[in-house]
Write a new protein. Structure first.
Length: 303
């Protein structure tokens, strides 16, 4: 049974939210943004028409809430299939599952995100700490309010940028539209909602956390890659030296136990195994961080 025809834009959005209640929160945010943008634009272009009449006319063009929800669900499935990387081959053996991570593009993208997270963490942490301190410092001046509004706007923009990186690199569905700024509300009301929106503060928390997390991610990635690649390279160089195919001049004298030729394949195998372990670790961190980003950057916006 269809719901009653909405008489106002908020009623239309509430019905659309209800129809998409089980959908991904990021999809819901995008759908609500598109619907409100379209409805507000139509209302602005027809100033002599009340919302009830406008919504009745739009129902035949844009669609009723249940129709719009169905379209978004169908489109989301098609877009997800188009953007998702080719599915990895299913491997049943433990060895296949362990070494098969090398063919998982998501593991490599997560590793790249770990290397990038230190830089983004520094940027986010600097923006939030500087913005908060200056907003509090300028609060007693007339310029304080415009600066605080600008600061919150920058934070929301950075959240949208971070969301795109999380979706592309970690595979977690994130919003592709910002939160809609309700143009029909008075300016002071809109400003007040920016500061009382839990998502504003959860976004700042996420950006503050990105610095320590970025340090941990970057350190883990660099250490793991350095050790693994170093062992592979050193064992390969040692093998070439033993075969007389290359000559290396080292100033370090290895301990007798390490001077044995038997250690060359062992160190090479440890380096290779370490590289695969690093990929598994990166993939796991990517999944956990994607869930963290989803909770702090998206879910609180739906309350």
């Amino acid at each position: 049974m269809n719901a009653a025809t909405p008489k106002t834009i908020p009623e239309y959005l509430d019905q659309l939210r209800h129809e998409l209640r089980d959908a991904d929160p990021a999809l819901l945010q995008d759908a609500l943004y598109d619907a409100e943008e379209y409805l507000r634009s139509e209302l602005a272009e027809n100033p002599g028409t009340d919302e009830a009449t406008l919504l009745a006319n739009i129902a035949t063009s844009y669609g009723a809430p249940e129709e719009v929800a169905a379209i978004y669900r169908d489109t989301e499935v098609k877009v997800s299939r188009a953007l998702s990387p080719p599915p990895a081959k299913v491997r049943r053996s433990l060895a296949g599952q362990f070494f098969g991570v090398a063919t998982d593009s998501r593991a490599w993208m997560s590793l790249f995100y770990m290397l990038l997270s230190l830089a983004t963490g520094i940027v986010y942490f600097t923006v939030v700490t500087t913005g908060l301190s200056m907003s509090l410092g300028l609060a007693v001046l007339i310029i304080g309010i415009p600066f605080a509004i600008l600061f919150v706007g920058i934070v929301r923009l950075l959240a949208l940028v971070e969301g795109r990186m999380v979706e592309v690199m970690l595979g977690e569905r994130m919003p592709r539209r910002p939160l809609y700024a309700e143009r029909g509300l008075p300016l002071l009301t809109r400003i007040g909602r920016m500061f009382t929106d839990p998502r504003t503060w959860s976004t700042m928390l996420y950006m503050l956390l990105m610095l320590p997390l970025g340090v941990v991610y970057f350190t883990a990635a660099v250490t793991g890659l350095s050790l693994s690649l170093g062992l592979i390279a050193s064992s390969a160089a040692a093998a070439l030296g033993r075969l007389g195919l290359a000559e290396f001049h080292l100033h370090l004298q290895p301990a007798p136990m390490w001077d044995s030729v038997l250690w060359i394949p062992v160190l090479f195998a440890v380096g290779v195994l370490g590289l695969f372990v690093m990929l598994h670790l990166a993939r796991g961190i990517g999944r956990l961080h994607g869930a963290l980003a989803k909770n702090l950057l998206v879910k609180t916006a739906q309350h």
